[in-house]
Design a binder for this molecule. Structure first.
Ligand code: PMP
Length: 403
């Protein structure tokens, strides 16, 4: 059996891990047939599953991998730091160096606070916004993802009743709607949280409408509320500054994670001077929030991203993939819709409400050594090459023949 190890691991996991696996990495019924649950090796832009099958990876660990799995420069710098010191009774110089580096790169930022996961950073933003304003409500977009902690998680049980009263919603890219929502909460409004663009899983992506973004900035200025940019997923793929800098709009607070340290556990909250004292007044911490090795990894990752002008390079690779897929789809008379920035494509089919065609397509690609996601945005990395894209396009052509 070609997936014998994966099957055995699934059976073992089912005994000691609820549901066999949890969260976004659970290969539940929504993932196409043939998708592996377990992996054994990663290098560059390649993953090997628990049965040794090799894939060109377009999910990149859902974002963290940006300069290649096992990138030698990043790994060497992290290893050197780890050998010297990772955690202790206080942080190392690395935390200051990284804060300086980020404040130098991200225009709106005058200070940085580090943590581990993206949700730590989005939560820290909310605490800083509330501490500054002495108010409690933060608007969030309907359907947007900011983490799995109860305040951010509306999907399932686990949150106390009333938890989400402090998080009224608005519709992303709808200027009139966000204005109405902000005015309805104006008396108690601490902030408005936005994603870099609309990248909700399961939907075609939508780039941010500049008029919507300008409205959010104007509302925050008028109501003295924080504009909080959640750049956890998009950070450093669209810009080496905050993603909304492409529109000329500066957030007050921003949340970062994922690609920041190329897969080492690290997140960051960045903020402007106006929020410095408020941030200083909030107690935030975690046993591992000061780890120096991931910070060393981040310094090297940021170095590489800058040297290689990552956003431009990733856009070019993503464009090559996008154009190739469009041409192949036309040849096979398949109505594919590719959405979002080329660096972070979502690829789904038109007239495929149940996702059956998308599933069949992805199953056919998995068979051919290409790991696509059927309904979540994907990611390009600096480890992908033109040759990888062209091999992928050959697989896309073969997969579409099977539909
Ligand atoms: N915000 C966004 C936009 C995300 O995509 C994610 C993770 N998918 C998070 C926040 C939460 O990050 P983490 O899973 O690292 O807590």
């Amino acid at each position: 059996m070609k997936n014998a190890n994966d099957s055995a691991l699934r059976q073992r996991a089912a005994r000691t891990i609820p549901n066999g696996m949890y969260g976004h990495m659970a290969i539940g019924p929504r993932m196409p047939a043939g998708y592996p649950q377990f992996f054994s090796r990663a290098e560059g832009a390649r993953l090997w599953d628990a049965d040794g099958r090799e894939y060109i990876d377009y999910v990149c660990s859902y974002g963290p991998m940006i300069v290649g799995y096992g990138n030698p420069r990043v790994d060497a710098r992290a290893a050197a730091q780890r050998a010297a010191m990772d955690i202790g009774n206080g942080p190392t110089e690395t935390i200051v160096e990284l804060a300086e580096r980020l404040v130098g790169m991200v225009l709106h930022a005058d200070w940085a606070v580090f943590s581990k996961n993206g949700n730590d950073a989005t939560t820290t933003c909310i605490m800083a916004a509330r501490a500054y304003a002495g108010k409690s409500k933060v608007l969030v977009a309907n359907g947007a993802y900011h983490g799995s902690q109860p305040w951010a998680n509306r999907r399932a049980p686990g949150a106390p009743a009333g938890e989400h009263d402090a998080f009224p919603t608005y519709d992303y890219n709808d200027a009139a709607n966000v204005e109405q929502a902000a005015r309805a909460s104006a008396d108690d409004l601490a902030g408005i949280m936005v994603s870099a663009f609309r990248h909700d899983a399961g939907y075609h992506q939508e780039l941010v409408d500049p008029q919507f973004a300008a409205t959010v900035r104007r509302l925050c200025d008028e109501l003295d509320a924080a504009l909080i940019l959640d750049d956890v997923r998009a950070g450093f793929r669209l810009s080496l500054d905050a993603s909304w800098s492409l529109l000329g709009i500066r957030p007050d607070l921003s949340a970062w994670g994922k690609a920041l340290a190329n897969g080492e556990a690290l997140a960051a909250t960045l903020g402007s001077d106006r929020y410095r004292d408020a941030m200083a007044s909030v107690f935030v911490t975690g046993s591992y929030w000061y780890q120096a090795a991931p910070m060393a990894a981040a310094l090297e990752t940021l170095e590489i991203l800058t040297e290689e002008d990552a956003p431009t390079r990733l856009e070019a690779l993503g464009e090559r993939l996008r154009q190739g897929i469009d041409e192949i789809a036309e040849l096979h008379q398949q109505r594919v819709r590719q959405s979002g920035p080329p660096q972070m494509p979502t690829i789904m089919f038109e007239d495929d409400a149940k996702g059956e065609r998308g599933s069949a397509f992805c199953s056919a690609l998995i068979e051919r050594g290409v790991y696509f996601h059927p309904w979540h945005n994907m990611f390009l990395s600096l480890a992908h090459t033109e040759a990888d894209i062209d091999r992928t396009l050959d697989a896309v052509d073969a997969a579409m023949k099977t539909l």
